[in-house]
Design a protein around this ligand. Structure first.
Ligand SMILES: O=C(O)CCC(=O)C(=O)O
Ligand SMILES: [Fe+2]
Length: 392
């Protein structure tokens, strides 16, 4: 359990004191009550074992469950997903170690400023504040070096990947490109010290990186398999868009939600939809994730043996609204810190997203256009508008 000391790192109260003092007592009560009335739900729970070992009939039933949950909820949980529990625990341990580096050190590192975030520097009200810190690590930063060779990365794939790809088109299996050497300029966010630790400024990242590489490799494979299943369900080859997914845009985000003892109802992560194809999430036992279901916020009951999967904006656009990118948020806890790890499956910036069916509900757009539009809206209004910007 976190001590109250942890709530002062990062220094949210200091940095956002004007937002907290502008909060009226009435709004404070409203926020706190609103948070109390949220119902808990069990997300659809899907056993992926059937995809691997099932009969043809069982595989079809599993595909139908995945597709139905993606349409009705935009969220589901998977068990028997093939990602080793020890690996997930190991990455959690390294994640905690990384976040427990003192704030000054995390924030002062020029290089880490690119991957380390906290709060929301442009928030003009408490509704725009996310009481959390995160490392946002592009896949390319984890795999583009000699520490993870071609063969090593391949061996990180889910053990059953080969079997399932017999059921899906071959190209669902992610293509692994040869890694550039240490001298590659794309490794500019760090360097190797004399003991071959990858150093990001003054923070050693070697242990973290090894388990993160593994978890990112496994989550990437799982994301591609699920995206393949969902594409095939709509009559398209399983690799029809994942072949454009790129190491430089896919990323792993490590989230820490410090306790927030003095204002119940504060967002750990403000309401949003994910700007990707699909997200794989591993959360701890604390809880706090809520999502919109039938126009109401519902709280997701944590299930330690399951991974959460959610549909992102790009999949909704590609599927012409068959699959739903659903708004979600994280609420802080008064006493306890919370951790999660999310993997985001994204295409290259140049990829065009068009609907798989006519008449299309959306204009065609590139991922770059989508990202730029989101950033522009957030900068101008404080909020993401998202897909509705591209409606025809
Ligand atoms: O931490 C969580 O449960 C959700 C994280 C999330 O929604 C995100 O990183 O986009
Ligand atoms: Fe999200």
């Amino acid at each position: 359990m976190a001590t109250l000391q942890a709530s002062y790192d990062p220094p949210f109260e200091q940095r956002y004191s004007s937002l907290f003092s502008a909060m009226t007592e009435a709004r404070r009560c409203f926020k706190s009550c609103e948070n109390k009335v949220v119902e808990q739900c069990e997300l659809p729970l899907i056993d992926l074992c059937c995809l691997q070992h099932g009969t043809e009939q069982e595989i079809s039933a599993c595909v139908a469950e995945i597709s139905k949950a993606s349409s009705d909820w935009g969220f589901f949980q998977v068990v028997n997903h093939g990602i080793n529990n020890e690996l997930l625990q190991a990455v959690r341990k390294e994640q905690k170690r990384l976040f427990h580096v003192p704030f000054e050190k995390k924030a002062a590192s020029k290089v880490l400023n690119e991957s380390y975030r906290w709060g929301n520097p442009t928030a003009t009200s408490l509704d725009q504040l996310s009481w959390s810190e995160a490392f946002h690590v592009p896949l390319s930063k984890l795999v583009e070096d000699e520490a993870c060779s071609e063969d090593e990365f391949r061996s990180l794939s889910l053990p059953w990947l080969n079997e399932i790809t017999q059921l899906l088109p071959q190209s669902v299996t992610p293509a692994r490109k040869p890694k550039p050497s240490h001298g590659d300029p794309s490794a500019q966010n760090g360097h190797f010290d004399s003991t071959d630790n990858f150093v990001i400024s003054t923070i050693k990242f070697a242990d973290d990186r090894e388990v993160m590489q593994k978890v990112a490799g496994a989550m990437s494979d799982l994301a591609r398999i699920l995206a393949g299943v969902l594409a095939e369900n709509l009559g398209y080859p399983g690799n029809c868009f994942t072949e454009n997914c790129s190491k430089s845009t896919c990323f792993l985000r490590l989230n820490r939600y410090p306790p927030c003892p003095f204002l119940p109802g504060t967002f750990g992560l403000m309401p949003h939809t994910d700007s990707d194809f699909l997200t794989i999430l591993h959360q701890d036992h604390v809880g706090g994730l809520q999502l919109m279901k039938d126009s109401k916020w519902v709280a997701v009951k944590p299930n330690p043996s399951a991974l959460i999967v959610n549909i992102g904006d790009l999949f909704q656009a590609w599927s012409n609204d068959v699959y739903k990118s659903v708004e979600h948020k994280v609420m802080t806890n008064r006493m306890v810190e919370r951790y999660s790890i999310a993997y985001f499956l994204c295409p290259s910036y140049e990829s065009t997203i068009g609907s798989c069916k006519e008449p299309s509900h959306y204009k065609k757009f590139t991922f770059k256009e989508f990202r730029n539009q989101v950033q522009e809206d957030v900068k101008r209004t404080g909020y993401k508008v998202g897909l509705s910007r591209f409606l025809l």
